[in-house]
Design a protein around this ligand. Structure first.
Ligand code: BJ8
Length: 383
């Protein structure tokens, strides 16, 4: 693989969602079971231990929102409306192939939407506690056991301790491979664009041959390092370095990350569920019972639906240092109350370190793209 191929390589990651469904169809034809998921809290290890495929369901396009709004309130987060819209219009091939959907009681909007989703697809909802203490941990551990029971019954399989341990190893390997990839952007100047990182991280949801995917990522990381060593980077050492945080950016990547880079910024870190949040923290492979270890890793994910959620602030501080960040853009999707309220704490954290902070609220429509561009331009110029 030579450096000249890099744009094409990134295209294959960008196309992963479109192409993945052919692989999925082939797997379905062979009798493989599929579990559709929506959230980073879904313990994928359990799905793999049931020998099923896990796939992120479509939720990033405004195309299906008008249909969803016939049943859901208009002033609801676009991610929830889009997800439900895809389910009722049959426009998401992954939803179509899913034998079961697993959701969690994260925000109010999602958990209530799952009730309606259950009318069109078999939907198993895990009761996710919103705080971390010994009682909530026991509850969450039980929810993981309930998920095991559900998958065993649904797919007529046995989820053994050995299968769980293998699945833990596989998911940890993915986390390590991805971490090495996104750590590339710690280099100055970063050899990788934010949009490219976004595509690669997002593609992990649609690459079903995991070992092959890990190899692709390792090669890409290696190539990017060579690109950096030769001084071939899309940025200069003076390009302002930006961290993205907040709600998942799958539906707003062009308006936010692409626009930032078009106007002269370098997105070096994406601290959300499309980005690093999905890959940080390993499940303990050595010292704990697998269910205990899985429960522990997942309950510690620092999403704004948790209270308190100080882990997110600590992580942002660490990233600002590690990625030499100049400014933080905090993205809230319209009507996402938990992330909207948390912007205050994020602002204090970022400004406390003497860095610049910008909060934006947006949805999946393109109508505010020019206005956002003006605000992002002013922000990047100031850095
Ligand atoms: S772990 S960020 S994927 S809950 S944006 S639907 S919170 S109203 S997506 Fe999320 Fe899991 Fe957390 Fe990640 Fe609700 Fe907010 Fe909409 Fe959200």
């Amino acid at each position: 693989m030579s450096n000249n191929n890099l744009p094409e390589i990134f295209e294959t990651f960008a196309d992963a969602r479109k192409k993945g469904f052919l692989t999925m169809k082939a797997e379905k034809d062979k009798g493989r079971n599929v579990v559709g998921i929506f959230c980073t809290y879904t313990p994928r290890e359990i799905i793999y231990a049931a020998d099923a495929l896990s796939v992120s369901l479509c939720s990033t396009s405004e195309e299906t929102i008008p249909e969803a709004e016939k049943r859901l309130p208009k002033n609801l987060c676009p991610l929830i409306k889009s997800s439900y819209g895809f389910a009722i219009t049959d426009k998401c091939p992954y939803m179509y192939f899913s034998d079961l959907i697993v959701g969690e009681t994260t925000c109010d909007g999602k958990k209530k939407m799952y009730e309606l989703l259950g009318e069109v697809k078999d939907t198993h909802v895990m009761q996710l506690p919103h705080t971390r203490n010994s009682y909530s941990f026991e509850l969450w551990k039980n929810e993981i056991k309930e998920l095991i029971k559900k998958l065993e019954e649904k797919f007529n399989v046995e989820i053994t301790e050995e299968k769980l341990k293998d699945a833990i190893k596989l998911c940890n390997e993915e986390r390590n491979v991805m971490k090495e990839f996104f750590s590339l952007a710690k280099l100055v100047p970063s050899p990788v664009k934010g949009t490219e990182m976004h595509d690669v991280m997002n593609s992990s949801n649609f690459k079903f041959d995991k070992k092959e995917f890990f190899e692709e990522i390792r090669k890409t990381t290696q190539n990017m390092k060579e690109r950096y060593d030769k001084g071939e980077t899309p940025f200069t050492k003076d390009t302002p370095r930006i961290l993205i945080t907040g709600c998942p950016t799958g539906g707003v990547v062009d308006k936010v990350i692409k626009q930032i880079e078009e106007i002269g910024g370098s997105v070096v870190c994406i601290e959300n569920c499309v980005g690093t949040k999905n890959f940080e923290m390993l499940v303990d492979e050595e010292n704990k019972d697998p269910i205990e270890a899985i429960a522990e890793r997942y309950i510690n994910i620092p999403c704004s639906i948790m209270t308190p959620n100080d882990g997110r602030m600590e992580r942002i501080k660490q990233y600002i240092e590690d990625y030499k960040v100049d400014g933080v853009v905090d993205v809230t999707l319209t009507a996402c109350h938990t992330y909207a309220i948390e912007t205050e704490k994020v602002r204090r954290t970022v400004e406390g370190l003497g860095k610049s902070y910008l909060a934006i609220e947006t949805n999946y429509s393109n109508s505010d793209a020019p206005q956002l561009r003006t605000r992002l331009e002013a922000f990047v110029e100031m850095l």
